[in-house]
Write a protein that binds this ligand. Structure first.
Ligand code: SF4
Length: 372
């Protein structure tokens, strides 16, 4: 059955009118209900006659995602496990802040990147999501939280967005043009798929690019992010430079601090030296949270995290520690899915979600808001 989410309003209008033989404005009503009022069920489109709704139900599927599990933190952060029509599941997180509301969405079912500290990375890739499945994560969470208008979207859930390029770009355009989310409020996070960073630079889309760096030298980075073997740091930095030159947009480098692994003085000096002459870049650090996936990694103390930031900042590099939200739940990619697959297992957070959604800093900041 053909799914309507993921098509433009014009496409929905033409498809509905052409298939059902109804006037074009009926299709327009469907698109508006879906993208403007977040009505993800034909029965909720009560401005349509009942017989048209019945024929729509027989002919099309409106939205593909359905919630199968949730987990909420006291700060309002809520993580959702969403089932897709083929029963694959992905995660999405609702993140309310003072003055804005973010959601973090997945771009793939699983991920082929095998980053050593990531729950999703242990699963491998099942399949890419469609543009509609990416957009519907946002619509679904908006429907569930009608009191908060989603203003920011972060593509940092399960999957590597730049490995599902056409669907991700299609989803970003739909979120901007149909749902009304500003491109400047959309962040795409990558571990460094260099050819597609270059391609993205030519899309003329003023989104925010976040690059998961996690290490300042190739030996360590290849251990944490195996893709580094293919695109070493020098190659990645060339692509990032080109991206900044073409787009004049700031790049954020994500750096998950793991005690004794990448948070020593040596790595801090290396990171400072690596980025000191790069224009329009900043670093976000996030202390690692232990998981049952990679128990060899440990969270640093607040003092060592602060010392790391001070050294990097001494090179003139803008560096922050992101506010952590949903600390008490499995608010990180792959964790809720793993906990659902392993009944009774503790839901412990990975550091992937929630730290990419604070505003991009404009000056060096050493003290972040306290972790939740
Ligand atoms: S950190 Fe991101 S890119 Fe790496 S395995 Fe996890 S989901 Fe994939």
């Amino acid at each position: 059955m053909e799914v309507l989410v993921g098509k433009t309003s014009a496409e929905i209008e033409t498809l509905v009118a052409g298939t059902l033989g109804v006037p074009a404005f009926r299709g327009r009503q469907v698109a508006q209900g879906l993208y403007k009022r977040f009505q993800r069920d034909f029965d909720k489109l009560t401005d349509l006659p009942k017989d048209v709704r019945s024929r729509l139900i027989e002919t099309f599927a409106l939205a593909p995602c359905r919630v199968t599990k949730t987990d909420s933190a006291p700060d309002g952060t809520t993580k959702y496990l969403l089932a897709l029509p083929d029963d694959e599941v992905v995660e999405a997180v609702f993140l309310p802040y003072d003055g804005r509301t973010s959601v973090c969405v997945s771009s793939q079912v699983g991920c082929p990147m095998t980053c050593s500290f990531c729950a999703t990375g242990t699963e491998g890739l099942a399949r890419n999501l469609t543009a509609g499945e990416i957009v519907d994560q946002v619509l679904c969470l908006q429907e569930l939280h009608p009191d908060r208008r989603i203003s920011h979207v972060v593509l940092m859930g399960m999957g590597e967005p730049l490995l599902n390029y056409p669907a991700v770009i299609g989803a970003i355009r739909l979120l901007s043009e149909e749902v009304g989310i500003s491109l400047r409020h959309i962040t795409l996070s990558t571990v460094g798929v260099v050819p597609n960073i270059r391609k993205l630079a030519d899309e003329n889309m003023p989104i925010t690019l976040a690059v998961s760096l996690h290490a300042p030298n190739d030996t360590l980075r290849s251990e944490l992010v195996p893709l580094n073997d293919k695109y070493p740091i020098a190659v990645l930095m060339d692509a990032c430079r080109e991206y900044v030159q073409k787009t004049r947009r700031r790049i954020t480098f994500e750096y998950v601090l793991m005690a004794g692994v990448n948070d020593t003085e040596k790595e801090a000096h290396e990171l400072g030296a690596l980025l000191r002459r790069e224009p329009l870049v900043s670093v976000n650090t996030i202390p690692y949270n232990s998981t049952d996936v990679a128990s060899r990694y440990r969270r640093p103390t607040p003092e060592s995290a602060r010392a790391f930031r001070e050294i990097v900042a001494s090179y003139g590099v803008t560096i922050t520690q992101r506010q952590e939200k949903g600390h008490k739940i499995a608010a990180a990619c792959g964790q809720l899915k793993r906990s659902a697959l392993k009944p009774g297992s503790a839901m412990r957070p990975l550091p992937m979600f929630a730290h990419l959604v604070a505003p991009t800093p404009t000056a060096p900041v050493l003290d972040a808001q306290p972790a939740v």
